[in-house]
Each structure stands twice: as structure tokens, then as C-alpha cells.
Ligand binder design. Sequence first.
Ligand code: AMP
Length: 893
Amino acid sequence: MQAGALRGRRLTIIIGDTQAVAVKQERNVRMCAAPGEEMKVMEVKLITRRVVFILLAASARAQVNPEICRYPLGMTGGQIQDEDISASSQWSESTAARFGRLDFDNGDGDGAWCPHIRLEPDGHKEYLQVDLRSLHFITLVGTQGRHADGMGNEFAQRYMIKYSRDGNNWVGWHDRKGRQVIEGNRNAYDVVLKDLEPPIIARFFRFMPVTDNSMIVCMRVELYGCEWLDGLVSYSIPDGHQMIYRGLDVYFNDSVYDGASAERLTKGLGQLTDGTWGLDDFLHSHIYSMWPGYDYVGWNNKSFVRGYVEMIFEFDHVRNFTSMKVHCNNMFSRGVRMFRQASCYFRSGSEWEADPVTFRPPADRVSQVARFVTVPLGDRTASAIKCRFHFGDLWMLLSEVAFQSGSAVYNTSLTPRKHGHPTNTLPGDDPTHKVDESNTRILIGCLVAIIAILMTIIVIILWRQVWQKMLEKASRRVLDDELTARLAIQTEAFFFQHSSLSTEGGSTSNSTYERIFPLCADYQEPSRLIRKLPEFAQSTEHLDGAPHYAEADIISLQESASDSSTYSITAVNMNLFAGTDSSMKEFPRHKLTFKEKLGEGQFGEVHLCEAEGMQEFLGEDFSIEGNNESPLLVAVKTLREDANKNARNDFLKEIRIMSRLMDPNIVRLLAVCVDTDPLCMITEYMENGDLNQFLCNLRLKEAADEDKAEQEEREGTSMVSYCKLIGMAVQIASGMKYLSSLNFVHRDLATRNCLVGKNYTIKIADFGMSRNLYRGDYYRIQGRAVLPIRWMSWESILLGKFTMASDVWAFGVTLWEVLTLCKKQPYSQLSDEQVIENTGEFFRDQGKQVYLPKPLCCPERVYSDLMLSCWRRNAKQRPSFQEMHAHLTESLA
Ligand code: AMP
């Protein structure tokens, strides 16, 4: 394993048998250098080497060389079109297949393909598919996760690859030892490159993450290789035999053949096209720890009464064949010789032509070196070739067959080879080699000139890169590495851009959000207020045309900003029910009986209803704690009648999100009524309503209050102990721990969005804000958005970043609410403008920021170790929900 750093981004390369990996990115040639070697020196060397190879190849025809055939095929560089990238499913529009492009150079880790989570036990069914439009020889694959500059954490730890040459027959790739699963990424940052041993020849490729389905997985991928110019789509041969040499079992079977195997091997490719040439001594393999004979496919003369082995080669289309190169063993001291004669028949239509091309290489009784034998094919036209290789001795061993046809030329050299010592000077060998020699002098002259020009260009490029890096470093010094001032200013401009779009005319009274968020005291429009911060009060001109790192999403947000009828969050037009979980069932609407109105939410009203036959409807799924009443009481959330298309989409998205969540501290979606309007979601009923109202009506029970408690209870005001409050906080932390295990960002955690059931059971609800789940890290607040600024982290307000860490911030505020029994709004002494000013202080971090005070009942340790740590400026230093859950549980003990 070797690693090199690329522009501050980590690159992990896991190499199989080869010693170094050369990867040419579209813009830069990069070498994954051996430790201690200078990256740039290697880049130069690589370019030079490549030029030499390309030029030499111009005068020679050769088989593919896996050492050279390692070019990125266009996921990164964009040569592979979006329409050629597809997937079995996607979590959302913003994580569709087309975002699954590996991002070597400039990426911020946003954008990736993330499949839909299915709760099936057999995990690895989801795939990201790439169509390369023609057959390619693939030697290397690269994968990467999604990190979003520290805010995302999705990656595929393991994956498998399937491939197909025709789009119909799919084959699962496995390594030379039969292992199908490839170890993938260990974190969301590193690009992990994996050698494919054996390489794959195919047109279609599927990356299939292997998961247990409890985690969200995201992938970005690249395929490395080169076009498969042979055009060979399959060969058919009798499978190889076993030799016993001095008591040693030597297996000459085609162990990587990917077609069918009955009497003959048919419809596949294997060792004869894997680009690996056998050693002179067939007992040894250059592939570590493989069995004797591994490199060769071989046959014993005694099994073939006619004295020859017949092989049929099928091609993608009719070609004009000039020659065939066959790599043969010639260890005659052990009864192995190259073939004595090859007779090849040709077929363009359905019939084999009668006249074969016959070639007899001179027998070599001197050298035991394995070699390529070139069989001239006389420019015959065919789509299939049948060759009969006549035995020259007891055994015939072949390790590679390659065809040269038409203009098919690999940009590789004949000269270099991996491990063996093929020579082209032996009798019967390649006649084209002589042509090479005659051209060599001219080529060397050209090469010297071209290399000199190239070196100059490379020096200029390198010098520019170094200069750019210096500039970048200088600009980064202003802020820490996580969030740069530059980004902040970009965001500011974004806010301005959108606020100017939407607040022109001053009034926000007809904003959709006022209707969406009736709890207007808790939600504010931050962009108007942010403008008052000195750092953010500049003109928008900075950012005119400033490209943003999540441009695709910004564009769609901008589009929705210009549409006055949209929500604060852009509606993504998704097929919401494509691949939804089976748990989301349609309940017969007529079986719901209205009882009373419970409240009003973002989408419409919430009603208490009786649901007749719900228990039977849910069947085995029915596990609502201790509730066996029939008819069952349920809460029914209905989309308001006048809802526009986007509201409808968002409502459906909330359903989709909730249907996937299953935790004791998350409100459970039982069923839906979406076949006809109005759309309804049916959730479990939480008899004590929302936590804010619930706590508001309580008083804290102190030690001295024990006597009063009974009296108060009679008067209608109940009391609650500190332990009970912490018990509620533990439940919220537990629900959030579950969400964070799914990398799910809630965005609107607050007591108003928690519901209270029997016995102080708390469940998190209201997933309205989280519907753009995967936009989380680069989600931008629109000018008109009204947001819960008192619960929001500074980076959510100023940079529009909603992450797990900003949920942690909101949890700190929620904990504060719980321990103050929601008697006051957070920062009640501050106006909305002052809250934003305070956010600016968090951003500046000069010790002037105001924190929420310690609630009276809150122990010092809980305040300083927990609550304050949720509000740390550096998002990475905030605790995780797991830690907080453990901490709170411990404090209860
Ligand atoms: P929402 O639209 O989710 O914000 O809900 C609006 C209000 O309806 C909440 O503040 C609760 O008072 C009430 N409510 C919502 N869902 C439920 C439920 N499952 N059980 C009881 N009350 C609920």
C-alpha cells in the first residue's frame, strides 16, 4: 500500500500485485509515488514514459498491456455522460447516479450516489451502473465516500462489482482466489484505488455496496483502463488439464473464465485475455501464492485424437484480421512445446469459410523461453475465427491470445512486459518487430524534440500549481481549515442574492412561510437580519459569478427562489414512491373517524382519529407499546386543501423520510392515505401533545416541594422532578443518536417538535425541515426562509450548513428548554436582530458571544460538560449524540 497527498486531499491506494499505480487524471498526470519519492518528479517521469510508449506504439500493433492500460475513463473528467450513469435506486434527487463521479482534484466531498436503504436482509442489491459505450479493459477501480468537508460521513466499506459485455448477461467479478467482496473506503475522504486482478473486459459495470442496510452508503467511483481494441467478446475452448509433474499437481485450467463451463468453456473470456503472460517455468507463477501451472491454460495431446485443440473466437463485429499473437510455453525438457501448426477458419455470417489460413512456426529446440508467436491472418474478414492448434509435443500451454485487426492499435509498447522474458527474436516470432527497429532512429529523433517541448510545458504547469497553492494557503490563513472566511462571504452573497430576489418590495407578509410556520415567534427570516452584521454588510459584487462548490444544488435553489409560490426549501421533483418501503401502506380512509383537532402544523391540521381495524391492518408490524385498544387512537396529519405542488411534494417527502425511521424515540408513521386527496399521514398518537406545551404547564419539583406536590396536582398544575427532565433529555438524545446513526440531519430539533406520550415517553417528530436530507451540507437558506434562529448553530445561520453537528447545537438549546421547563424562549432577552448579532460573535469568536445561561436546576457539570460543548464554535469539537446519550444516562444513575 502506498499513499500520496494530493492538494491536501488524501489518497489511499491499495495495490494488488503491481508495484505502483499510474493514474492520469484529465488535467494532471498524477503518480501515486512510492514513499519518499517526489510526486512531481514522478509525474514528469510518467508523462515521459507515456510519450515514449505512445510513440513506439504508433508503429506497432500489440496486445493490451495492463501496466499501461490504467487511464481514468471519464467519471471524473466528465467524458462519461450523465445518461450513461444509472442506479438501482437513489435516496433523493440530489444523490442520483449522475453524482457518483469520483472527485480527485477539486472536490469538497459533496455530491455522491447514495442508494435508497432497503430493509431486506440481503443487502448488496443496490448498484451504480456505468455504461462505457464500448468494450473496455478495466484494470483498476477507484471509490470515494461523501464527506462534505467534514460534515458528511457516508462511504461504502465493502462493495462488489458486476459487469456485462452485452447489457444482458451479468457476471460477478471475483479475484484470482474467488473473493467477490472488495474492501472499499474506510472513511469519507480517501480515494481508494483497487487493482482488479484479473482485469475485466466489459462495457457495463455495476458497483454494488455491501451493507447491512442500517447505514446510509454513498459512493463516487471511477473506472481505469483502456479501450479493448481486440473486439474479442468471447472464446470457446476445452478446459485445461491437470499434469502431475514429479508428484506435484499442476493445474492448467482457465481459472478466471467468466462464461459457461460444460464440456467446453463457452461464451466467456478468461486467462487467455487477462493481460498476464506466463513465466518460462510453468511451475511458477508471478502471481503470488497461486498454484503451479496457474499462468497457463494447457492440454495433453493424449486427450485429443485429432492431435489439435480447437478454439473459437467471437468478435463484436466483422473485422479485417492481420494477425493473432499467441503466448506459448516451450519448456520441451518437460514435454511442453509451442504449437506445431495453427489452422484458422473464418466466419462472417453463419458458415465457416472452407479455406483456412495455415501457419507453421519453425520448431525451437534450443530455447525454452516462453514467447509470443505471431500467426499472420492474411487480412481475412470475419466476425469469428476458429483456430486449430496442433500439438508439437505431449503438452501445449498458452497464456495469452491477442488479435490485431483493422486500425486497432493499443497505445502500449511491445517491448516492456511485466514479469516474463518474451523475446521477439526467436524463430516464428513477430515480424512487425523488424518494422519497429527500422523506425527506431526516426522515432528517437522525434522523441527527443517532443520530450524537450513537453518538459518545458510541464515545468510551466508545475510552477503554476505551486503558485496557486501559495495563494490558497495565504487566503486560508484568515480562518480555520473547516470554514473559511471566503466561504462565509460567498454565503453572505448568496443570502443577499436571494434576499434581493425575494424581499424586493420589503414586505414578507405574503410569504408562503408565514403560512407554513405558524409558530412565527420561533422562526425568523435570517438573511434580512444577517445583513446588519459588519462582515456581511458588503455589497454583493464580490461573488458575482463566484462558482460555488455545490453548484448543481444552488442552481435548483435559485430556480425555486424565483418562484414566489415555493417553500423555503426547494422542492425536488422526485418519484417519491419509487422503491419506498413496504411499511408505508395505504389505509382505507373511510375507517378513520374524526375525534378532535390536536393542533396545526406546517402542512395543515393534525387530528385525533379512531382507526378501525388498524391493528389487523398493521399485522405483525403492530407494536405500539401497550396499546391494544380497538379502534386504535391515531394522529392524522392532513395536507391543507390549498397546498401547492411543492407543498404536496414536501409532504410526500416527509412521509418518505418517516417511513424509514423505526426507533422507540421517533414518532412512528403507521400508514398513509395518499391515493386520493387530501393526503394524510397516520402516526401513533401521543396523548400529551408537544413537549413545549407539556413542560410549560409543569413546575419543577424541588426537595421541599414534596408536600406541595399533591395539592398542586389537585389544582391542575403538576410537578416534575429534575430526574424526570433528564429522563426526557435522555430519550431525545437516544432518538437523535438513532438519527445520527443514519447520518440523518433533523434541522429543527426543539421541544415543540417532540411529542409526549404516556409515562413521560418522548418521541421526536416533525421531519418537515429534513426533507432535503442530502442537501444538508450545502443546503442554502433562501431569502424568504423563516428559520428557527434561536435553535440554530452559527454555521447554519451564516453559512446555511445543516449537519449532524448543527443538530447537536439544537440539542443543547432543547436541553436548555427542558431544564427551564420551556418557561421562556431561548435568548428571550435578545431581539431577533440581537440573536443574529450574537451569531456573528460566535463566528468571530472573540469571547463576546452570549451563551444561554445555566438553568437553575442544572448541575454545573451538565451545563459545562454538555450544554456548553454543544455550542462550541468548531463543529468538529461538539460531542456526538452517542456521547451525550451516555453522559446523560450516566448522570441519571
Ligand atoms: P406538526 O404539524 O407535526 O407540527 O403538529 C402540530 C401539532 O399537532 C403539534 O404541535 C402537536 O400538538 C399536535 N400533534 C402532532 N402530531 C401529534 C401526535 N402524533 N400525537 C399528538 N399530537 C400531535
